[in-house]
Design a protein around this ligand. Structure first.
Ligand SMILES: *[C@@H]1O[C@H](CO)[C@@H](O)[C@H](O)[C@H]1NC(C)=O
Length: 242
C-alpha cells in the first residue's frame, strides 16, 4: 500500500487574463510499513509536469526541452543540498503526524469473497472479492494463486463512494479451478499495517448448503406424505371390498 502526503506549493502564480499557472507539488510517498519514504517535487506549467526532483535520484529531471534546461540549472544551484534534506526535514516528521492524527481515523474494510459463477463446460469460474465500508478511499485489491500474484483475468472497479464517507470496491477473477490450488484475495489499506488476506473456500457456501438442506427436507416430506396417502388409499379401498 502506497500512501501520499501532498502539499501544494505556489512557486509563481502569474494570473493574467489568459490564466497561465506555474506551480509545484511536494509529495512524501511512503509504504504503510513506513519503509521506502520518498520526497518528490513536481513542477507544472498549467497542468503539464515539466520537471521533477526525486529524493531517490537526488536531482531534478526534466520532461520537456524547457524542463531539461531548468533541471540542469536547478541542479547547479546550492539549493539542491536543501532539496536533498527535505526527505528528513519535511517528510519524516509529517508522516509521523499523519500516522498518529489522520490514519488512526481510517476504517477497516469488511471483505466478502464469493463465487459469481461456477465453472461448467467451457466457462471458467468467476470469483468476486468485495471490500465494503472503508475509509480513506486509497486501497489495493489483488489476487494470489498459490502465493503468486495473479496479473491476468482480473477486472476491478474503482473505489466507489457510498455517500457517507465510506467506500466500496469489487474485484473479479476469472479462473479455471484446479484441484489443490489455493486462491486468495488480498486487500491493502491504511487501516491495517498488514495485508488482509482472505482464502477462497471452494466448498459450497453456507447459503448454498441451506438451499440443499431445504430441498432435501422438501423431498423427504413429499415422500412421507405420498406414502401416507398411498397407505390411506389402500386401507380405504380394502374396506370398500370388505
Ligand atoms: C523515484 O526514483 C526511483 C528510482 O529511479 C523510482 O523507482 C521511483 O519510482 C521514482 N518515484 C517517482 C514518484 O517517480
Amino acid at each position: 500500500m502506497i500512501l501520499t502526503v501532498q502539499l501544494l506549493l505556489l512557486l509563481t502564480l502569474s494570473l493574467r487574463t489568459d490564466g497561465y499557472y506555474r506551480y509545484g507539488v511536494d509529495e512524501c510517498i511512503f509504504s504503510s510499513a513506513l519503509t521506502d519514504v520518498e520526497f518528490i517535487r513536481t513542477i507544472y506549467f498549467n497542468k503539464a509536469p515539466y520537471a521533477r526532483f526525486n529524493s531517490t535520484v537526488g536531482e531534478f529531471v526534466g520532461f520537456t526541452e524547457y524542463g531539461v534546461k531548468q533541471a540542469k540549472y536547478w541542479n547547479s544551484l546550492p539549493d539542491l543540498q536543501q532539496m536533498k534534506g527535505e526527505l528528513d526535514r519535511y517528510c519524516k516528521p509529517n508522516i509521523e503526524t499523519d500516522y498518529s492524527e489522520v490514519l488512526v481515523k481510517s476504517v477497516k474494510p469488511t471483505i466478502e469473497l464469493q463465487s459469481e459463477q461456477q465453472a461448467s463446460g467451457d466457462h471458467p469460474a468467476m470469483l468476486m472479492c468485495s471490500a465494503y465500508d472503508f475509509y480513506p478511499p486509497a486501497i489495493d485489491v489483488y489476487w494470489l494463486r498459490n502465493g503468486q500474484k495473479v496479473t491476468t483475468d482480473v477486472i476491478s472497479t474503482e473505489e466507489m463512494a457510498d455517500g457517507d464517507w465510506y467506500y466500496q470496491i469489487h474485484s473479479h477473477l476469472e479462473y479455471t479451478p484446479k484441484s489443490g490450488e489455493k486462491i486468495s484475495c488480498v486487500v491493502e489499506h491504511a487501516s491495517s499495517k498488514k495485508p488482509i488476506i482472505t482464502d477462497w473456500d471452494p466448498s459450497l457456501p453456507e447459503s448454498e448448503k441451506n438451499k440443499v438442506a431445504i430441498g432435501a427436507s422438501g423431498l423427504v416430506l413429499g415422500i412421507v406424505l405420498s406414502a401416507a396417502g398411498f397407505i390411506y388409499y389402500k386401507k380405504k379401498s380394502k374396506g370398500r371390498i370388505l
